[in-house]
Design a binder for this molecule. Structure first.
Ligand SMILES: [Zn+2]
Length: 409
């Protein structure tokens, strides 16, 4: 009935991507150093979660009708040779994976920044200059096309869905770069950041990270930052915070708080996962958790090899414990060899990656959720495993929209 040329009907898996490639307004080799990058789709054999034809039809319909938001991903394209990693980071022209995003079915993605150029000296805490440079460069690239738009208001996400575009929401994973300067939160907001993690896995001036042996809770400065974020309308993320710091932030914040990417410690025992007390407190505050799929995080005892199946075990557990109104997806995927990246940094930098937890067998990639373009597998799994349209709608985006209406105003 509708032609595919009409922008108002290009939704769900039919996005309006017209082929823009990052930094094509510059001259590669002259204006910036070009690297050979991975294929966005098909770097590893693509996996389609098996469903029947009618189920597949329902998946497409669900993605067309409903808003789908990823609470955490890294939609950047990594170099194909990991040995280029530091030089690539230093060159600071990170490409956005437009082609892969166009296949994701997503209408909005919270993109985890503050994790790239900051490793130039491979030092924690991340540096303020690096965050500003990376943020500015990514957004400058986005400003030269109109398929991926800036996500600064809830209306931007609704518009992206209506028009077959994707809203890009810069998200800083940890607040270390603000050091002890409260006004830097305002500066980040001014630069487009709409979500910030209070603390990464290592402690900072705001509170304790999840990798620490002790957790002193939110500091007085941390309280001030929470208050400022509430005033500004910046979403508060506690994905990498320690348990006590998380509980303090939830109780101090006037707005709902999110865990952008994690899972349940009852399903898989590791520091990276959240205990029931934290998950329940988050739900009581009206927040949401985005289920995490970065390699070797959301395994389960039923599925000890990390895969879409073990990932969904965390979804099911959280939905049962917290209510489906409080669960969504923050797959934390990227375009490139994510496992290789972790191994590379472990070997070549002083960055600590491993959290304590039960031993596990490594995989080369997470089958079914290898990169952002595999997001529809989550919907296939939900449809195939008997979830109602109403619950899928909530988990895909309505829950997050509810939180954003409260936190971003
Ligand atoms: Zn993270």
């Amino acid at each position: 009935m509708f032609g595919h040329d009409s922008p108002t009907v290009k939704m769900g898996l039919h996005k309006t991507y017209k082929g823009y490639k990052s930094y094509s307004y510059l001259q590669a080799g002259k204006d910036y150093r070009e690297f050979s990058l991975v294929k966005q789709i098909g770097r590893v054999e693509p996996f389609v979660y098996p469903v029947s034809d009618s189920e597949e039809e329902r998946v497409h319909e669900l993605l067309e009708k409903n808003i789908a938001i990823s609470l955490h991903d890294h939609a950047e394209v990594m170099p194909s040779d990991l040995n280029d990693m530091f030089a690539w980071i230093r060159a600071n022209h990170t490409s956005t994976g437009f082609e892969g995003l166009a296949a994701s079915g997503l209408d909005a993605v919270f993109d985890g920044l503050g994790d790239g150029s900051n490793m130039i000296t491979s030092s924690y805490p991340w540096k303020w200059e690096s965050v500003v440079h990376e943020l500015g460069m990514r957004l400058c690239d986005l400003a030269h096309q109109d398929f991926v738009i800036r996500g600064e208001k809830v209306e931007d996400i609704r518009r992206a869905h209506r028009e077959g575009r994707i809203a890009f929401i810069p998200h800083i994973e940890g607040a270390a770069p603000i050091e002890n300067e409260l006004d830097r939160v305002d500066i980040l907001y001014g630069l487009g950041v709409r979500c910030m993690g209070l603390v990464y896995s290592d402690s900072n001036a705001l509170g304790s990270g999840l990798r620490e042996r002790a957790d002193g809770g939110l500091t007085y400065f941390g309280e001030e930052v929470v208050e400022r974020m509430n005033r500004l309308g910046m979403l508060i993320d506690v994905a990498h915070a320690g348990d006590k710091t998380t509980l303090d932030a939830i109780s101090v914040s006037k707005a709902p708080v999110v865990i952008t990417h994690a899972g349940a410690r009852s399903v898989w025992n590791s520091q990276r996962m959240k205990p029931d007390t934290v998950l329940q407190a988050l739900a009581e505050k009206g927040g949401v958790i985005g289920i995490e799929a970065a390699p070797h995080t959301t395994m389960s005892r039923a599925h000890p090899l990390h895969s879409l199946e073990s990932y969904m075990d965390h979804f099911e557990y959280c939905a049962k414990l917290m209510g489906v109104e409080h669960v969504t997806f923050g797959p934390d995927t990227t375009f490139g060899d994510h496992v290789g990246l972790h191994r590379y940094f472990e070997k070549n930098s002083s960055v600590a990656w491993k959290e304590e937890g039960d031993p596990y067998q490594e995989v080369d990639y997470v089958k079914g959720l290898e990169n952002p373009s595999e997001f529809p597998n989550i919907v296939r799994w939900l449809v195939h495993n008997g979830y109602s349209d109403e619950d899928i709608k909530k988990a895909l985006g309505e829950n997050t929209l509810r939180v954003l209406e409260a936190a971003w105003k």
